[in-house]
Design a protein around this ligand. Sequence first.
Ligand SMILES: *Cc1c(COP(=O)(O)O)cnc(C)c1O
Length: 351
Amino acid sequence: MNKIAFNIDNFIRPNVAKMKPYSSARDEFKDFDKEMIFLDANENPFETNVNRYPDPQQRELKTILSKQKNIPTNQILLGNGSDEVLDLIFRAFCEPPIDNIITLPPTYGMYSVLANLNNIENREVLLDSNFQPNLDEISITADKRTKLLFICSPNNPTGKLIASEIIVELLNTFKGIVVIDEAYIDFANAESWIEKLNDFPNLIVTQTLSKAYGLAGIRLGICYASTEIITVLNKIKPPYNINKLTQQTAIAQLQHTEKIKNDLYSLIAEKEILLKALVEVDFIKKIFQTDANFILIKVDNAEKRYAQLLENGIVVRNRSSQALCGNTLRITIGTNSENKKLITILKTLKQ
Ligand SMILES: *Cc1c(COP(=O)(O)O)cnc(C)c1O
């Protein structure tokens, strides 16, 4: 293990290491039991439910997540979607333009967008034909300035989990920070890597309420990591990055654990039904194994089938431009009636 070798201080950008966080009015005064009169933040005193700034540390929401995930609140950072979390990771650890990152296409497009935005070189190492990382290539590609390695598991758009032996190997050998994006982990038959945070100081796990929790509209991404990493990210995040409506909605929805679980099971069951039905469609050449809430299929002519589905009122995602994904469509699991409609239409499409 690289427990000794990894020192977070070697990864923090010098400007970030030097800076002091912005101290907001709400940061300074928070722990008073007594009813206080707040005349410190130039807010409007008339009640609208949102006339006050939100809690910059989202303590109530983090306490709930902490209990549900069995992880201390100081190992949690929340973002305006995972996208903000990922951007903060770039800003904290990657010095433009000299540092670089490694991504493993075909994968989630935001890593490369954020690399470009932050002026950081993105070194792409293609997954192998089983959609698993190529360890030798990754080790050849990494150098002293490789700060981050992004692993999306289950991966988007392939749908497949990355094998745990491979992830362990990467955590032990990669000399930078390994970011595991678990946006789809709840759909998979696998443990989250947050269980292993204490074993690997170079591990960051991101999750989101956008998929399994049905809350894409409130924009809430979650980052789990060592307290050292969380402290750095906390220092540079915008003070009020999680708005009050988002915090309130997340707090309310996270209590509905039974409903979340039932919806999740029903989507997984729907996926099995859809997988069986897709086998009977002639122009579908391959159905990729999936651990997520979507199915990647290879068809005879992706552009044509995409257009035909659109004409019939169904929008899927054409992933053909992605590496190793020629002529593929990515289909999200919908409700039972949506999926039935999809199947009916797929079966009537002309050759
Ligand atoms: C959908 C998705 C996310 C979620 O992003 P949010 O900004 O939290 O909505 C993150 N990573 C991957 C791979 C995704 O597909």
